[in-house]
Design a protein around this ligand. Structure first.
Ligand code: ARG
Length: 276
């Protein structure tokens, strides 16, 4: 019988000695010369629960993450991403209960609770100082939202008597603080409460990521409107502890493999109707 190729050997050893092997892509299109060690990335990493990719998020950010009303299970784009990432790493996925968005980075930094935070989280310098961020996997922008029928504009909302709801600790909150300096900014735990509050008149407007406001206005909050699309040029990444650089490498390799094998296109189509 033929001996194992180096790649098969690495794969076979992986489970035994705690190495994880992920395909680096390219093997489909390069005419078969792919079965070499250069085609694979072996990365050593730790997991809080053996054999599992333990994930945290703030589950009030559809379509990226929310809770299925019937089952109470997390659902969304990031949940599908986490499942596919885990599959590509040969792990099971393990979702912990929702937590406040601004506690995600501190939780990952502290270690011991979860391996990754996947939360439509914009890659920022401030976050990169605390945790590692994976390669970007979604492009995003901000939006300013009011109730249908409101005459308010970016200019009229910049006044002390105007209340603007944001999710605490987000890039939308930062944008509002900078660009609506005279308005009364109200930080909330989640953006769904903000949307309900604009509908009922508790707030005059809200600022959140454009993919979320567009999706929500199309699917449930039809009485809200986007009055400004704000080209902040954000990119989402996955937060991983700086103490676990092997996991960041493995996640990046898995993201690339998902790009190459069409898994990401399929997830984008599920949640946005087309590949992004
Ligand atoms: N992209 C924005 C940020 O990083 C908002 C993310 C909110 N995510 C969530 N799961 N609630 O600040």
């Amino acid at each position: 019988m033929s001996t194992l190729s180096r790649r098969d050997f690495l794969a076979a050893s992986a489970s035994a000695i705690g190495l994880v092997l992920t395909a680096c892509g390219g093997s489909k299109t390069d005419g078969g010369a792919a079965d070499t060690a250069a085609d694979a990335v072996a990365a050593e990493y730790t997991l809080v629960n053996e054999g599992k990719l333990t994930c945290i998020s703030n589950l009030y950010f559809p379509p990226f993450e929310s809770m299925d009303e019937k089952t109470g299970e997390p659902v969304g784009f990031d949940i599908d991403m986490s499942k596919s990432l885990a599959e590509h790493l040969g792990l099971e996925v393990n979702w912990l209960p929702s937590q406040a968005f601004d506690s995600l980075v501190p939780t990952i930094k502290a270690g011991g609770t979860a391996d990754i935070a996947i939360a439509g989280m914009t890659i920022t310098d401030a976050r990169k100082a605390e945790v590692d961020m994976s390669d970007p996997y979604v492009d995003s922008n901000q939006s300013l939202v009011t109730k249908v029928g409101s005459e308010d504009t970016l200019e009229t909302l910049n006044a002390a008597e105007k209340k603007i709801a944001v999710q605490a600790g987000t890039t939308g909150a930062d944008w509002a603080a900078e660009n609506l300096p005279n308005a009364t900014i109200v930080p909330l735990d989640d953006i769904i409460s903000a949307m309900n509050g604009v509908l009922t008149g508790s707030y005059d407007g809200l600022v959140t990521d454009l993919p979320v406001s567009s999706y929500q206005i199309k699917n449930s909050f039809t009485d809200l409107q986007i009055i400004e699309e704000i080209p902040t040029g954000e990119q989402y990444g996955i937060a991983i502890s700086k103490d676990n650089p092997g996991l960041t490498a493995a996640i990046n390799a898995a993201l690339q493999a998902m790009e190459d094998d069409g898994s990401r296109d399929a997830i984008e189509t599920t949640w946005f109707g087309a590949a992004l």
